[in-house]
Design a protein around this ligand. Structure first.
Ligand SMILES: Cc1ncc(COP(=O)(O)O)c(C=O)c1O
Length: 462
């Protein structure tokens, strides 16, 4: 193949299909080869530009190739700084930790210890499990239905989605799943404030019941906004109740902010909305400023594990620390969390306007720039709350129509029926408007196709 030869998307996709594993996922729905990426857009090898509302599954807080990130990376290279140091310290690491701790509420940071992990959220979740199990000497863990904590054996055990769990035997035992306050599909058939209160009461009951079947937990892990589970924000009061219950019983509370951390929900950390302080905080994605980095930050009282208890070769990625430092600094200095909150409100109000015109949009929800649109099938019977069954096929069609029009969105939630908006936090009001315009067109086109298919089926049957 000569370098001058222009290769199209299909060339790369065929090669990828031939060589890469069957477990690959995104390329199946986003079938392009990306050549360039700037800000909130990516360009494929054929020259087509897309708005990227997936942003590396929430990693790219400042979008692609932000100047402060590029500058930080270049500095590492030009100053001949070490690229890799295991967990040996460096001036870059020191500055990164200082900036990260300064971004946390004082109450938490003043008592905090940090552990650098292998560079993935899942490894930081594994570390969190070991921290609380070691410190408490207990073994059971509480998690939530709809939770996503990663794909390693331990983190997958804490994850709600049974799809990737079914084929894997021997996952971590003693994990117990509690109901999450998912108002639109309330596990108690109530929704709203009543559903939320019953959910708290139920959890309190489980914790009090000597015959719940659950031994005193080593910890409870939760997301403040469930991301992969369908963008479900927990109400602040519910979060406070959970904190009170866990604190009273000395159950360490692990807050997983791998996806929500660093401004995504409109606050630097999502737990700040409710005013709680976790015992353990898991961070990854945005803190590496586009590069792989993961840490766990926890109360010093839990620092009871031994030297080497959570080793891992790639804990010392200096470039990621430099890029992360630049990112955290930029977010704090420019109040990007507040910007995310404003842009999120704008996006939400546009999406709610689209919802008014289309019954197939069952729910629009989220916090800051983490928004989900749940697609439903209005031809089927609604449940007692009036919520229609999920329509994954239609959600997929809407995703496809968006993609064809230059907008990359991902699906999540139960049955993959929630269209997820996860744009870079630096998105402008004009870009929000453009994205929503594309989305509205895509919904219209998908609905039209659905109606055509349905009438074709009826005609065929007649
Ligand atoms: C809340 C949460 N926890 C953990 C993870 C796992 O992170 P990683 O994919 O980097 O292992 C994710 C990934 O999306 C996540 O959203």
């Amino acid at each position: 193949m000569s370098p001058a030869q222009v290769l199209n998307n299909q060339h790369y996709l065929s090669s990828q299909e031939r060589r890469e594993s069957n477990a690959r996922s995104y390329p199946r729905r986003i079938p392009i080869a990306i050549k360039e990426a700037v800000g909130i857009t990516v360009k494929d090898v054929e020259g087509k530009t897309y708005f990227d509302c997936l942003s590396g599954a929430g990693t790219l807080a400042l979008g692609h190739n932000h100047p402060v990130v590029i500058e930080a990376i270049q500095q590492v290279l030009t100053k001949k700084l070490p690229l890799h140091t295991l967990d040996i310290t460096t001036p870059v690491k020191e500055e990164f930790v200082e900036e990260l701790f300064n971004s946390l509420p004082k109450e938490f940071a003043s008592r905090a210890k940090i552990q650098f992990c292998g560079p993935a959220g899942a490894d930081a979740v594994e570390a969190a499990l070991k921290i609380v199990k070691t410190a408490t000497g207990r073994r059971s863990i509480l998690s939530y239905q709809g939770a996503y904590h990663g794909m390693t054996h331990g983190s997958l055990s804490l994850t709600g989605n049974t799809g990737p769990k079914e084929p894997v035997s021997g996952l971590m035992s003693d994990v117990h799943f509690l109901p999450y306050p998912y108002s639109y599909r309330c596990p108690f058939g109530q929704g709203g404030k009543t559903g939320e209160q019953i959910c708290s009461q139920y959890i309190e009951h489980v914790l009090n019941d000597p015959e719940s079947g659950i031994t005193t937990p080593a910890g409870m892990i939760m997301e403040i906004v469930q991301g992969e589970g369908g963008v479900i924000p927990a109400p602040d009061e519910w979060v406070r109740n959970i904190r009170t219950m866990t604190r009273r019983r000395e159950i360490p509370l692990i807050v997983d902010e791998v996806q929500t951390g660093l401004g995504r929900t409109g606050k630097l950390f999502a737990f700040e909305h409710s005013g709680i302080v976790p015992d353990v905080l898991v961070l990854s994605k945005a803190i590496g400023g586009s590069l792989p980095l993961a840490v766990v930050i926890y109360d010093e009282s839990l620092d009871q594990w031994s030297p080497g208890a959570h080793a891992g070769t790639f804990r010392g990625n200096q470039m990621a620390m430099a890029a992360g430092l630049a990112t955290i600094r930029f977010i704090r200095n420019n109040r990007i969390d507040e910007h995310a909150s404003c842009m999120g409100e704008r996006l939400m109000s546009h999406l709610k306007a689209v919802q008014k015109d289309y019954g197939l949009i069952g729910d629009v929800r989220g916090r800051g720039l983490m928004i989900g649109v749940e697609i439903v099938n209005t031809r089927l019977r609604p449940d007692s709350l009036g919520s229609y069954p999920a329509d994954p096929k239609l959600a997929r069609q809407i995703q496809q129509e968006c993609f064809d029009r230059g907008l990359i969105l991902e699906l999540g939630g139960r049955h993959g029926s929630v269209v997820r908006f996860l744009p870079p936090l630096i998105i402008t009001p004009e870009q929000v408007d453009q994205i929503c315009h594309i989305f509205a067109e895509a919904v219209q086109a998908a609905e039209k196709k659905m109606v055509q298919t349905a009438s074709w089926r009826v005609n065929k049957q007649e």
